[in-house]
Design a protein around this ligand. Structure first.
Ligand SMILES: [Zn+2]
Ligand SMILES: [Zn+2]
Length: 206
């Protein structure tokens, strides 16, 4: 799975605190942190060396840790970035929002596609069909994947349906209705409205 490193820049230094040398350098040196999963982080230092940090074990592959067994600036930096919200905590990884590319932290076992808060859809939301430009109202966001849901009338799966060929078959399906004005915000659908099923990535939140 593709993960995202934090920007290689200094962190803001707390102004009032007089920080010990290792702690000061953990803030001020431009380092980037790449979460690898399993509580492991790859830290690229200011001098372009990369070290592996195991946060929960408090270990690092740099000389400062290996020879002095000290809590080096790389271990400190990972902890600081997690506190600052720039790097995900152990158990989570950083991925890109499918629609806008913003980094999002998700469980390391979660399946794509991923969405930021702005692009996550819920029943009652208005979405646009990328194929037709039609506006629809979401009534259901399923855990089921497009290649596992049948369209009864078309006698094929959602993934196999002709206009869905350009979308990944391994994405959740979303039920939506036309027109968008007639569904209550709790997702309750009047009996007369037909629900159409789409691959999640075909719909874009508006
Ligand atoms: Zn280190
Ligand atoms: Zn987004």
């Amino acid at each position: 799975m593709k993960t995202t490193a934090s920007p290689k820049a200094p962190l803001p230094v707390p102004r009032t605190a007089h920080l010990p040398e290792r702690s000061r350098r953990a803030h001020t040196e431009p380092m980037s942190v790449l979460p690898l999963g399993d509580g492991l982080y790859e830290v690229e230092s200011a001098s372009d060396h990369t070290y592996l940090v195991d946060l929960e074990a408090g270990r690092c592959t740099c000389p400062d840790y290996v020879f002095r067994k000290t809590r080096c600036k790389h271990i400190r930096r990972v902890a600081l970035e997690i506190t600052a919200g720039r790097t995900p905590p152990p158990g989570e990884i950083a991925v890109d929002c499918h629609d806008c590319g913003e980094p999002v932290f998700v469980d390391e076992d979660a399946a794509a596609p991923f969405y930021c808060d702005d692009h996550t859809i819920y029943p009652g939301d208005t979405v646009v069909d990328r194929e037709t430009g039609d506006r629809l109202t979401v009534v259901d966001v399923s855990e089921l994947r497009a290649d596992a849901v049948n369209i009864g009338a078309a006698d094929c799966t959602v993934a196999e349906y002709r206009t869905n060929e350009d979308y990944d078959p391994d994405v959740p399906v979303v039920g939506a209705v036309y027109p968008h004005a007639t569904v209550a915000s709790n997702g309750v659908v009047p009996a007369s409205l037909k629900v159409y099923v789409f691959p999640r990535t075909r719909l874009e939140k508006r």
